[in-house]
Design a protein around this ligand. Structure first.
Ligand SMILES: C[S@@+](CC[C@H](N)C(=O)[O-])C[C@H]1O[C@@H](n2cnc3c(N)ncnc32)[C@H](O)[C@@H]1O
Length: 212
């Protein structure tokens, strides 16, 4: 799908996206993953890239804590407006950027980058993973929710023309993006578990060697 068409498509569903996310169980699944994957860490700076209505950032704020700095990025202005409204009061300083990740100017790196169903929407997912990695401070993490192989991707594909990946493919992509092999978390029962897996990637300090 052409990028401009995709953004228009997201603008068109922004008003109802939040309700759909709750009804299909993604809110509960994101909260569960946040508790398991980010447990024991308390990153003060967080960015949610392709934030949509801010559901993944919301799960962070409600389950892990209130970040001092929260950066929201989305190509769709209407999705981003919903995210800002949904996250008001849940974080310290919130900055919102209406941009594609590929066109985002430099921003100070953060301790935790969130990306829910974003890399599979882009033309070059390995390049996208590298761009996400560049936003993470060395020693910080990227938590990405990524579509996995399942027959139910096909009806979704007719709407969104997205991609999906096996866990071994994602591990290879992580190496190309200079990220450590990810820890993998299921998203529980129902649609979230059937469609997606959560991957927690560590960005190593520069001198750390990434083993295959
Ligand atoms: C499937 S929605 C997911 C929203 C949210 N992360 C969630 O998990 O509920 C994908 C979102 O990413 C945005 N998006 C897709 N590609 C993007 C890119 N390259 N840069 C920034 N935003 C992007 C879309 O506008 C849309 O709001």
């Amino acid at each position: 799908m052409h990028q401009a068409d995709q953004t228009q498509h997201y603008d068109a569903v922004a008003a109802t996206w939040g309700r759909r996310v709750v009804r299909l169980g993604y809110r509960a699944a994101y909260e569960g993953v946040m508790t398991k994957a980010v447990r024991g860490q308390s990153p003060r700076s967080v960015a949610d890239i392709g934030t949509g209505t801010g559901e993944l950032a919301r799960a962070f704020c409600t389950r892990v804590g209130r970040p001092e700095r929260l950066v929201l990025v989305d190509a769709s202005a209407l999705m981003l407006a919903k995210a800002k409204a949904n996250l008001s009061g849940l974080a310290g300083g919130v900055s919102a950027h209406c941009a594609r990740l590929e066109d985002l100017g430099p921003i100070p790196p953060v301790e935790l980058v969130l990306a829910g169903h974003v890399i599979e929407q882009t033309r070059d997912p390995v390049a996208t993973l590298s761009l996400l990695s560049e936003l993470v401070e060395p020693g910080g993490h990227l938590l990405a929710i990524i579509s996995r192989p399942h027959w139910c991707q096909w009806p979704i594909w007719f709407l969104w023309r997205h991609k999906w990946f096996s866990s071994s493919k994602i591990a290879g992509m992580a190496r190309s993006a200079s990220l450590c092999p990810p820890l993998i978390f299921p998203l529980g029962p129902g649609p979230p578990g059937r469609t997606s897996l959560a991957y927690l990637f560590l960005k190593p300090h520069e001198k750390t060697e990434i083993k295959p």
